[in-house]
Design a protein around this ligand. Sequence first.
Ligand code: FES
Length: 285
Amino acid sequence: PAPPDRPDLYPGVSSTYFHDEVGPGSKLLSKSPRGQFFLDPNRVNPVVLLSAGVGLTPLVSMLNAIVEVGSDRPVWFIHGSRNSSEHALGAQVRSVGQENSNVQIHIRYSRPLSGDQTGRDYDEKGYVDIELVKRLVPRPDLDFYLCGPTPFMKSLFTGLLEWGVSESHIHYEFFGPASALQERAKVAPAKRKAEISQCCQDLEVNFIKSGVKANWNPSFESILDLAEANGLSPDYSCRSGICHTCLCKLEEGEVEYVLEPLEPPEAGSVLICCSKPKTPLVIAV
Ligand code: FES
């Protein structure tokens, strides 16, 4: 159904279908997992798993994967929720912490209910912020994994960079447009701007709405990557051809996909997160 506070909205198509039509015995076609937000449970480096709200789901999978292989790598699992009524998987995560001495769990509730107990449901009142992370985690040269609402992502991403965490050690997934990226642009210089060479003069990409022209270089992973290195901030979310957030109008030219989209875009448009130029391009960015 539509959200209780917005009955005017159309009910969610996928979730409604799953609730109403799918059950034990249903057969579903599925694609294999994709994307860049994953953790190798067999590595030994310490990891910090930071989440808020329902963003904890991939991080609980990472936590489970680490303990299931019997790893003793240090893990900090730090999560923020409003209170126990919105805190998924709390008891399960707490028991993982109790059974594994290498795993530290810390839960914050922003608005605990009167029946919520510290030590059982949560550890402290408040939001997960960089000051908490700096207090619980000994040093910044670790691997950090983030997932949660955009304000949480922006504040933690910026805070971690300012604390001295290398950008290559911050792994994240967020849902929605690229506001976290825009924040990143203010904090960290564009990654490969200095690497743009003269090697591909004939593959110019004209981002026509922004008035920016850039030459393609094989060091870029995608047209989105090229746009970002040239100071642009197109919207994106999954960066792996799933969500279509990065869909743009292709005014001229041809692209090829470095990663096949889950659903191909309509003719005349392009998913810039997973494509590169085949010919000079004019794109409505
Ligand atoms: S960002 Fe999701 S398809 Fe491009």
